[in-house]
Design a binder for this molecule. Structure first.
Ligand SMILES: [Zn+2]
Length: 148
């Protein structure tokens, strides 16, 4: 249910494991314990179970993506140097790839206009700071916690 939030948190540089349907509450709790992860969930019951075991858990109540991101980043601030360091689809850390390495693998216009590219060795996606990146920056600015 929180798939969009998971992708956004990866874009922001967080290491996010997204539990699949085959995993039950016990699997999730065990993984969180073993990998020292914080559980983000809509399930209040799961939050209570996690806390009982001294695991960190955060209930996500809002359906609004900006609000969800704010809820997380208020407690766990974004590290600016980690932004765009992970594949948003599979969570693998991205590698820088030289311009030569992307020739013919990205649209010609993109190849001509951009100098910096990142590569996911797991799912083979190539990232660059295109127009979608501008929209991302806008959202990141929008959800940034204001110091008050
Ligand atoms: Zn990937």
């Amino acid at each position: 249910m929180l798939g969009t939030l998971a992708r956004w948190l990866r874009i922001l540089g967080f290491d996010v494991y997204f539990a699949d349907k085959s995993e039950d509450d016990e699997d999730i709790l065990e993984r969180a314990e073993k990998e020292k992860r914080i559980i983000l969930t809509r399930d209040r019951y799961l939050v209570a179970m996690a806390r009982r075991r001294n695991l960190k858990a955060l209930e996500i109540r809002s359906r609004d993506l900006d609000e969800q991101i704010r809820t997380v980043t208020k407690l766990y601030p974004v590290k600016e140097d980690k932004v765009l360091s992970r594949c948003s689809i599979c969570n693998t850390p991205l590698m820088r790839i030289g311009k030569d390495g992307v020739r013919g693998r990205v649209p010609d216009g993109v190849y001509l206009r951009h100098e910096e590219f990142w590569y996911c060795k797991e799912c083979k996606r190539i990232y660059w700071k295109g127009s979608h990146w501008e929209k991302m920056r806008e959202r990141i600015e929008r959800v940034r916690p204001r110091s008050s």
